[in-house]
Write a protein that binds this ligand. Structure first.
Ligand code: C2O
Ligand code: CU
Ligand code: CU
Length: 496
């Protein structure tokens, strides 16, 4: 049994029964049992943050950009004294950053060299259901899967990760995740030198049992284990050397369950320029930003020579649940400015057209209630299609979290517009294109979702909570996009 689970078990027993008898031990147990994680001021920042390599690609005769992506097992130095057994793409932990231009055709040859079946899902991508990489596209050990599609959406910071039925949390926790940038060579002028002034930050919390990842379910946390070690791009205790006056950080919350409430230690402002699905209409000046699992944010930070500032995560507003980590405080990464900094162009005042779904005709309104590990009271069933949407129509999806646990809600294939959040106009950070929305206890959101281009009556896309243990436990459903008048069919059956 992992040490932490044991301690919690011990603590729970102590708290429930032994308290009166073994007063002091019981007190220690109880305080451990209820204590929040707090690493503020305690992280050494003694390792330069790793930058995921850019993936190699080649262009096939028909113009398709082709990538190779091998899923493999290995060992990684995660700062635990001995190497940690991990999984990765093209390496032992995380994966390379894929890049393609809007309009390009892409193909990814995914090779599974893991000892078990997995999948690779392109989170945030608009593509045919057969290419989506969800639970209906399993890749057996030793097999290769070669999805292909044309990039047809706003330039954005997307990502990829496994999505095997019931096993997603474990596969992602072991390290399988990577970024997928969609570029627009004609876009606005922004810091864009990869790894220099345009830096990805893949943020994950980990709990260790000795030098191994603690994969226990988490005794009291419905969302699974919360970690006290934050990795950025797989680096523990990371710092980033900054050499330019403006630095663009593309932040991905690739954690299994933790939501971060980011601030800088000196409370400096930063400009949010993009959310999940691409650039915001204009830069938005913020001092704090909440990012739930799978959400992305691109922020631009102003630096002065020799300055240092720590990005940290403080208590998350709206989440008082003691088991969700909402009261934890974690130091994430230190930015260290060089003695002299290269000047950067000013941020453009306008970045992109705002989402324009508000004037669409709404052909259906649907409600999704997230409770326990179910949506509208039913658990995920691979053989059940929960809803069919007609291509070239827009629907209003009302998502409610009446639960005591925080959840979020992710929809495959689309980028949606949030028309209302917690009963009000969405704040600027939720006003751009989104594929995932955070829902702390008691929150509702209304999403305008438009279905375009690809239809398949049999092969579904997923919608689900991106707290991965909730997803694995069944908080997921399936939808198909059909032609006008077409009836939904039946999903394929899989033999294990
Ligand atoms: Cu990030 Cu259904 O996935
Ligand atoms: Cu997805
Ligand atoms: Cu959830």
């Amino acid at each position: 049994m992992p040490v932490r689970t044991f301690l919690k078990l011990f603590a729970a027993v102590a708290a429930l029964g032994v308290l009166a008898v073994a007063g002091f031990a019981g007190y220690l147990g109880w305080s451990y049992f209820t204590s929040d994680i707090d690493t503020v001021g305690q992280v050494e920042f003694d390792r330069a943050v790793a930058i995921p390599p850019l993936a190699d690609s080649r262009v096939a005769p028909d113009g398709t950009r082709v990538f190779d992506l091998t899923m493999q097992a290995g060992e990684t130095d995660l700062g635990q004294g001995a190497p940690t057994p991990t999984w990765g793409f093209e390496g032992s932990y995380l994966g390379p950053t894929l890049r393609a231009e809007v309009g390009e055709k892409v193909r990814i040859d995914v090779h599974n060299e893991l000892p078990e079946t997995s999948t690779v899902h392109w989170h945030g991508m608009h593509l045919p259901a057969a290419m989506d990489g969800g639970p209906h596209q399993p890749i057996a050990p030793g097999d290769t899967w070669s999805p292909h599609w044309r990039i047809d959406q706003q330039p954005a910071t997307l990502w990829y990760h496994p999505h095997p039925h019931g096993e997603t949390a474990r596969h992602v926790y072991r390290g399988l995740a990577g970024l997928f940038y969609l570029d627009d060579p004609d876009g606005p002028t922004l810091p864009s030198t990869y790894g220099v002034d345009d830096v990805p930050l893949v943020v994950q919390d980990k709990q260790f049992d000795g030098h191994e990842l603690d994969e226990s379910p988490g005794l009291f946390q419905s969302g699974g284990v919360l970690g006290d070690t934050v990795l950025v791009n797989g680096t523990p205790g990371p710092y980033l050397e900054v050499s330019t006056r403006l630095i663009r950080l593309r932040v991905l919350n690739a954690s299994n369950t933790r939501t971060y409430h980011f601030v800088f230690d000196d409370e400096r402002t930063f400009d949010l320029i993009a959310s999940d699905g691409g650039l915001l209409p204009a830069p938005t000046r913020l001092t704090e930003l909440t990012l739930s699992p799978a959400e992305r944010a691109e922020i631009v930070v102003r630096m002065k020579p020799r300055e240092r500032t720590v990005l940290r995560s403080l208590e998350t507003p709206g989440d008082n649940n003691p088991w969700s980590g909402g009261q934890d405080r974690l130091d994430v990464i230190e930015l260290r400015a060089a003695d002299s900094l290269t000047s950067s162009p000013d941020l453009p005042a306008r970045l992109a057209e705002p989402p324009d779904r508000a004037d669409d005709e709404i052909v259906a309104t649907r409600e999704f209630r997230l409770t326990g590990s179910a949506i509208n009271g039913v658990d995920m069933d691979m053989s059940r299609i929960d809803l069919a949407a007609e291509v070239d129509t827009t629907e209003r999806w009302v998502v409610r979290n009446p639960d005591g646990n925080p959840h979020n809600f992710h929809v495959h294939d689309v980028q949606f517009q949030i028309s209302s959040y917690d009963g009000a106009e969405p704040p600027p950070e939720l006003a751009g294109w989104k594929d995932t929305v955070w829902l702390p206890p008691g929150t509702d959101a209304e999403l305008l979702v438009r279905f375009e281009d690809y239809t398949d009556p049999n092969l579904p896309y997923m919608f689900h909570c991106h707290v991965l243990r909730h997803e694995d436990d069944g908080m997921m459903g399936q939808f198909v996009v059909v032609r006008p008048g077409q009836q939904p069919g039946a999903p394929p059956t899989h033999h294990h």
